[in-house]
Ligand binder design. Structure first.
Ligand SMILES: [Zn+2]
Ligand SMILES: [Zn+2]
Length: 272
């Protein structure tokens, strides 16, 4: 069976974020925290055409998610979407023709149904998204201190789930960050830990979930293998190798396997 949607993650983490949902009418970009040159180079690495981007959606206004927006928009005719107040936080965003929506709003872009939900982060109106088209579904949530009830509802039963797994709490607590910054990351308006993501996934993953991607992994306070291990353990999946860079949950009788891996800061990946 061919699927209607695919997710391409150009990069995920505090040094830059950009992902693309591929649907029937082109690409929908989520955040743009890289230079235009970097975005295009990474798209080409995944065999994607930068002229096929139909819309740009923001999750929130932190620099690692929006620093590339101004330059990108100089040569971009597609629609721009951000939650209420998000574009107003920065003059360089406020002057762009954003369509603003209330967190929880549902709209359609390039043949894909987009459902937004509030996340919990230290910004104006942070959101995550569920994308659906022709029975296929992608869930996307990063930069959230907790998973809100809306997030739990909309991230459930997706074929592809991209979920923040930012830090390992013991690594963060014994790491180089000052205490106030550690507290901010751990707070309800900070970032999701490996343990929080692991606690959530058994409630989110269903028989149709084929791909689970750990997102926004901290380079100082986490390791991809720690995030993958935590998710694998929570779901009863086995690690694919000793490094623990990916894991698989084999299911019986014709059901698809679930693959677990981590999105990186530097290496773009495609989820088909
Ligand atoms: Zn971020
Ligand atoms: Zn953020």
């Amino acid at each position: 069976m061919t699927h209607a949607l695919h997710l391409h993650i150009l990069g995920s983490g505090s040094k830059g974020n950009c992902a693309l949902v591929e649907g029937p009418e082109g690409l929908i970009m989520i955040d743009n925290g890289f230079s235009r040159r970097e975005v295009i180079a990474r798209m080409h690495e995944l065999d994607l055409d930068e002229n096929k981007v139909r819309a740009l959606l923001l999750t929130h206004e932190h620099g690692d998610h929006v620093s590339g927006v101004t330059v990108w928009c100089r040569r971009f005719e597609g629609e721009l979407f951000a939650s209420l107040g998000t574009a107003d936080t920065k003059t360089y965003l406020a002057c762009l023709p954003f369509t603003s929506f209330a967190p929880g709003a549902v709209f359609e872009v390039a043949g894909v149904r987009v459902e937004s939900f509030p996340t919990s982060h230290d910004v104006v109106n942070p959101v995550g998204y569920r994308f659906t088209c022709a029975g296929d579904a992608i869930g996307f949530a990063t930069d959230t201190g907790v998973l809100t009830p809306g997030a739990m509802k909309l991230l459930r039963d997706c074929r592809i789930l991209a979920l923040e797994s930012n830090h390992d709490v013991p690594t963060l607590r014994t790491g180089p960050y000052p205490r106030f910054l550690q507290d901010r990351i751990i707070s309800e308006r900070g970032h999701l830990s490996n343990a929080q993501a692991a606690e959530a996934v058994p409630k989110l993953v269903t028989a149709r979930t084929e791909q689970l991607v750990a997102m926004h992994i901290s380079q100082e306070n986490n390791r991809p293998s720690l995030a993958v291990r935590a998710l694998a353990e929570a779901l009863g999946a086995s690690l694919d190798n000793e490094l623990g860079s990916s894991a698989t949950l084999v299911r019986g009788a014709g059901a698809p396997a679930l693959h677990i891996r981590a999105a990186g800061q530097n290496r773009p990946i495609s989820c088909w």
